[in-house]
Design a protein around this ligand. Structure first.
Ligand code: URA
Length: 262
């Protein structure tokens, strides 16, 4: 039960309508609009839908089923807006597909992290659930991603990310304009490492909590493009390509499995 849109209604932010989605109930959510087409094409035959602000969308076919690919933009606020509209369009399952910085030594550039939880170091999710509420994914969707990575022998770990509202201070990066990190965050990476947290990114907590509040099932996986135990820098495009190829293969096989079971 919810406030679904009419088939022909074009929603304000995503500029999508139910008619455009052709009955799709699953959405893949990269952050970057520039990654939408390649992610969709890696899934199967694709049609472009629309592009408005940070929301670029395509419809891919997987096992003859329509799957929406829609970018969320960076960070929680634009991600929650996207999820609100997708819920109204009839989307019931989402998979965030992003990039991340690893903070454990045994997680290497190009590896994939499949999230089993997220630290809510952000504000958006608190508008949907009190901070005591856990940011956790749907178990079945997550297990499918793990299964997909396993059978394809793709290097991955299941981990807990810190979802930060900022790329620099919240992720304890010192290579910013001022180089200053608030005392609150100085030494925070060491604390997260000690707690077994695997990686930093910016959207997963908002995806998990907002999805839960909207009655949507969610999972999240990210490719490692910065190895923070060695450097604050983002790695070369080659590393990005390797990570992208891996997370795309995990998602494709996972979706095929999911749709075959239905
Ligand atoms: N995305 C982040 O939020 N942090 C990183 O280090 C890399 C990608």
């Amino acid at each position: 039960m919810g406030n679904y849109s009419k088939p022909e209604d074009i929603l304000y932010h995503t500029q999508l309508s139910r008619n455009m989605l052709m009955g799709a109930e699953i959405a893949l959510l990269p952050g970057d609009p520039g990654r939408v087409a390649s992610l969709a094409e890696a899934m199967g035959p694709t049609v472009e839908l629309t592009s408005h602000r940070e929301y670029t969308s395509c419809l891919a076919q997987v096992r003859d089923q329509p799957v929406l690919v829609c970018s969320t933009g960076m960070g929680g606020p634009s991600t929650a807006i996207c999820l609100e509209e997708l819920a109204r369009l009839g989307i019931t399952r989402v998979i965030r597909v992003g990039t991340t910085g690893s903070i454990q030594d045994n997680l290497n550039l190009g590896d994939v992290v499949i999230m089993k939880g997220a630290v809510r170091l952000e504000g958006t999710s608190t508008h949907y659930a009190p901070i005591e509420f856990p940011a956790v994914p749907d178990l079945e969707l997550t297990q499918l991603l793990v299964y997909s990575a396993e059978i394809q022998h793709i290097p991955y770990q299941v981990g807990i990310c810190v979802s930060s509202d900022t790329f620099w201070p919240g992720q304890e990066r010192y290579d910013s304009f001022t180089g200053y990190v608030l005392r609150r965050f100085q030494g925070s990476m060491r604390e997260w490492q000690q707690l077994g947290v695997t990686n930093y990114e910016m959207e997963t907590a908002a995806v998990f909590v907002t999805a839960q509040a909207l009655g949507i099932r969610a999972a999240s996986l990210c490719g490692v493009v910065a190895k923070r135990t060695e450097s604050e820098e983002i790695a070369s495009p080659d590393v990005y390509k390797m990570a992208e190829d891996r997370f795309q293969r995990i998602v494709k096989r996972g979706l095929e499995e999911l749709l075959a079971r239905e």
